[in-house]
Design a protein around this ligand. Structure first.
Ligand SMILES: [Zn+2]
Length: 315
């Protein structure tokens, strides 16, 4: 993905495709990833609050994690020319530690109103336990109170059951389906998600679960309405360039530029923009990278301001 200009659209104009990765855990990624994403046309990312691979044991680690999502990581992205947004929530895996979960629920109101928070998420089911269900209900109510969209993580096991049940729960709470994203869909779940009026996101994993060519076929079958894609890249096997690579594969397979732009940019902006926290002008009017900026005295551009001036990827 060295060149940033995508293939020509049908009218022959050379239009640059702008991209959003609306689900990526940048806390686990390196600065190389930020540079490669920016070079491939990614202008904005959304980082959902999730677990971090090893269960947390005290609420203080959630405080620092949430603070980094609205603080340090946002700054780090800005130093590579990307806009960073996040979602706030107690993930389903750690909902099963109820003593800790109670404390996280008390903490969340402090963070949901921060700048750049575009949804409550990722919440939902993991093993579909009673504790997961309890905190799922509570956080849907929180989303209603603060009028934010909801990002739903669907389970990797029992996907179909978990997906249906997640939508049932949202409807039970009176959530407008156009305010909720059901993520990690497959061919097995997407029809029901679309039929019920929810946003339908697909995570493109490099090997298993959901691959790019399968996505091309899904778009040919279902079109672009309420469909978008993400990488969910984190600390495990994943690809932070999954969105640009799949965008290119769609174009190469005859899907038109406008459809690709809708799936890889416009739809994510449409739903998460409902938070009032994410606007196209955030990056369209951006004045470039201020390399003199520091975050609490620290820079990510080692060697001081200007040290990366000769890097073509970020200048
Ligand atoms: Zn995730």
């Amino acid at each position: 993905m060295s060149d940033t200009v995508m293939p020509l659209n049908q009218s022959g104009e050379n239009r640059r495709l702008r991209l959003i990765d609306p689900h990526i855990h940048m806390i686990s990624r390196t600065t190389d990833d930020y540079q490669a994403m920016a070079a491939a046309g990614v202008v904005a990312v959304i980082e959902p609050a999730f677990w971090t691979g090893q269960p947390r044991t005290t609420v203080g680690t959630f405080v620092d994690y949430f603070a980094s999502l609205v603080g340090w990581e946002r700054f780090r992205a800005s130093q590579f020319g990307l806009k960073h947004y996040c979602t706030m929530g107690l993930n389903s895996k750690e909902a099963n530690n109820e003593a800790l979960a109670e404390q996280v629920m008390e903490l969340l109101p402090r963070f949901v109103g921060k700048e750049g928070v575009v949804a409550i998420g990722e919440i939902g089911y993991d093993e579909i336990t009673a504790a997961e269900e309890k905190y799922f209900h509570l956080q849907v109510e929180l989303a209603k109170e603060v009028n934010l969209p909801i990002m739903i993580h669907t389970p990797h096991r029992n996907k179909k059951v978990g997906t249906t049940r997640s939508m049932d729960l949202l409807i039970e709470h009176g959530i407008d389906p156009t305010m909720a994203v059901i993520d990690h869909n497959t061919e097995e779940t997407c029809k029901e998600v679309l039929d019920r009026g929810f946003w339908c996101a697909f995570t493109l994993y490099p090997r298993s679960k959901m691959g790019s060519m399968r996505m091309v076929n899904l778009v040919k079958q279902y079109g672009h309405e309420r469909i978008f894609i993400d990488s969910s890249a984190d600390w495990g096997m994943s690809d932070p360039l999954a969105v640009p690579k799949t965008a290119r594969l769609m174009l190469e397979n005859g899907i038109d530029f406008d459809t690709v732009e809708t799936i890889c940019y416009k739809n994510a902006l449409a739903i998460y923009g409902k938070s009032g926290q994410m606007n196209e002008s955030d990056w369209a009017d951006a004045k470039g990278i201020d390399k003199t900026q520091l975050f609490e005295g620290n820079s990510v551009l080692r060697g001081g301001p200007g040290s990366m001036d000769d890097n073509p990827l970020i200048s």
